[in-house]
Write a protein that binds this ligand. Structure first.
Ligand SMILES: Cc1cc2nc3c(=O)[nH]c(=O)nc-3n(C[C@H](O)[C@H](O)[C@H](O)COP(=O)(O)OP(=O)(O)OC[C@H]3O[C@@H](n4cnc5c(N)ncnc54)[C@H](O)[C@@H]3O)c2cc1C
Ligand SMILES: NC(=O)c1ccc[n+]([C@@H]2O[C@H](COP(=O)([O-])OP(=O)(O)OC[C@H]3O[C@@H](n4cnc5c(N)ncnc54)[C@H](O)[C@@H]3O)[C@@H](O)[C@H]2O)c1
Length: 472
């Protein structure tokens, strides 16, 4: 069977769905090819179920941090109820609702595994056979990412959890060992600890490396205070599972040994591009893709091949992938109408924010919310910065939770006198992030920011303290 369509989107995760939805809303036709569940990793095995596992523990702690409310919240988490709520947020791993949305939006959903076989040509294979599709205007790669498995002796012959198994777990193991102190490992270590596991978290360097040290320290202290055994600068040397109790035994490079009923390996992800037939269009997929600001894959003539989100090697975050998808969709629609839009910075045809204004929340408790450049990243780009920091010692924080502990930092471009980065750490700071995102994206001059008055008494009053600290 052979068919043609305006746009072929490979991968029906959040990025692929958004790319297809936006080109269709502007009059083009599109298929989304999905080999597993429409909605992608985020909906069923990543963002949604992981946050659903975390949230009950955070809500309980929030109540326990306020005298008067604390007395009313004395029990443990109800594991069955937490897992049942998680199941609902993962739509019980059934994508019927997503398919209904897509079809209602005019997107055609094609089940199967997609592979490029030449310019604008994609073959989709499923159990029933193969179909060839030709794209009149564009092919968008939105195939997401896959876990990186570290070369640890014995791991390949050991049964273990990846983030998929952890986020869809049906039981809480008595002991859980976690390899990888990145965002996924740290969030899930705390979630399972609060659900009752005795957790050991192994990080080969610091926890949450790349984020400001005072912010990370607050998270590490909280984990340790609630019983998570955090071991930084520690790597596993050998892993074995066995014995009567089917226990995992992890030998560490410092000579230590850890035993656990379950092992979670969360050591990063890489773009899922090696099985896309990229060689058919002259690409060596092993080196990964790079894209321009308009999402066009570098090195491909004719502006027909685009890539977004995790697959493009950009910041592996759902909101950023969806943003890139919106940009790419508008570029495709403009080109289909015969225009050649200039991907000028901050225009609707350039994913400028992906280069310098990526917001991210680490949903531990306390949370870390970060946007934009760190001082080191700014220095690499030749930006002269000054960092101002402040503890979250404001009335709003003290009212929010007894003994509230938090930290905030701004990275100021000294020449432009605008904020290029910001970090907030503390309980419930994630909702403070968008104010900083607007300040960074809007390049709001400090002198104008001085007039953005934070309401009293909110945690946002730390903005005022930071600007005073800067000298305003
Ligand atoms: C544990 C965990 C928690 C996370 N939490 C957050 C969070 O809180 N917030 C956040 O912003 N990000 C989070 N992320 C990251 C987020 O999940 C990804 O950035 C996001 O899913 C990327 O979306 P995507 O559409 O690019 O890819 P995906 O969601 O991976 O979707 C890609 C889809 O493409 C399909 N596909 C791949 N190849 C083919 C092919 N050849 N043919 C057909 N279909 C194909 C796959 O089956 C998949 O459905 C988390 C990640 C993990 C692992
Ligand atoms: N809240 C969120 O937005 C959220 C939550 C989870 C995941 N994510 C995204 O998903 C992606 C994947 O998450 P992740 O935590 O797996 O990746 P990550 O890149 O954040 O962390 C991976 C960690 O594993 C460590 N590691 C790598 N190889 C190792 C080895 N051989 N031995 C020991 N440690 C090793 C790294 O040093 C790093 O600390 C992230 O990039 C993140 O952007 C986002």
């Amino acid at each position: 069977m052979e068919s043609s369509i305006d746009v072929i989107v490979i991968g029906g995760g959040p990025a692929g769905e958004n790319a297809a939805g936006r080109v269709v809303a502007q009059g083009l036709s599109a298929i989304v090819v999905e080999s597993e569940l429409l909605g992608g990793e985020c909906s069923y095995w990543a963002c949604m179920p992981s946050k659903a596992l975390i949230r009950p523990g955070t809500a309980r702690r929030a109540a326990q941090a306020v005298a008067g409310a604390a007395e009313a919240v004395t029990g443990r988490l109800d594991v069955g109820a937490v897992l049942a709520r998680r199941d609902r947020f993962a739509a019980n791993w059934d994508d019927a609702g997503q398919v209904e949305w897509a079809e209602g939006a005019g997107i055609r959903v094609v089940r199967g595994k997609a592979r490029l076989t030449g310019e604008r040509t994609v073959v989709v294979e499923d159990e029933a056979g193969a179909a060839t599709w030709t794209a009149r205007h564009a092919v968008v790669i939105a195939s997401g990412s896959v876990p990186v498995v570290p070369p640890i002796d014995g791991l390949d012959s050991t049964r273990y959890w990846g983030t998929r198994e952890a986020t869809s777990a049906r039981e809480v193991p008595a002991r859980l060992a976690v390899i990888g102190g990145g965002v996924a490992g740290t969030e899930l270590a705390q979630a399972f600890g609060r659900l009752g596991s005795h957790v050991t978290l192994l990080a080969r360097s610091t926890l949450l490396s790349g984020l400001p040290e005072p912010a990370v320290a607050l998270v590490a202290e909280a984990l340790e205070a609630e019983g998570v055994d955090v071991r930084t600068f520690t790597s596993p040397r050998r892993v074995r599972r066995g014995g009567d109790r089917d226990v995992v035994r992890i030998e560490l490079d410092d000579g230590g040994i850890i035993e656990a009923e379950e092992l979670l390996v969360s050591t990063g992800r890489r773009p899922a591009v090696t099985e896309l037939g990229l060689d058919s269009v002259g690409f060596d997929a092993s080196t990964g893709l790079s894209v321009g600001a308009d999402g066009v894959v570098d090195g491909v003539d004719g502006q027909w091949l685009y890539a977004v989100s995790d697959a493009a090697g950009n910041a592996p975050l759902t909101h950023q992938g969806k943003y890139e998808a919106r940009i790419v969709a508008d570029v495709i629609v403009a080109r289909a109408a015969g225009h050649d839009p200039e991907p000028a910075g901050w225009s609707r045809f350039a994913a400028t924010a992906s280069q310098r204004a990526v917001p991210q929340v680490v949903f531990t408790d306390p949370e870390i919310a970060q946007i934009g450049l760190t001082p080191d990243q700014a220095a690499e780009r030749g930006i002269r910065t000054r960092e101002v920091t402040h503890d979250m010692a404001v009335a709003g924080a003290a009212l929010h939770a007894d003994r509230y502990r938090g930290w905030a930092g701004l990275v100021v471009d000294e020449d432009a006198r605008v904020i290029v980065g910001a970090t907030f750490a503390g309980p419930d700071v994630s909702e403070m992030l968008h104010a900083a995102t607007i300040a960074v994206v809007g390049e709001v001059p400090l002198e104008r920011l001085w007039h953005a008055v934070p309401a009293y008494p909110t945690i946002s009053e730390v903005w005022l303290r930071l600007l005073e600290e800067y000298g305003l």
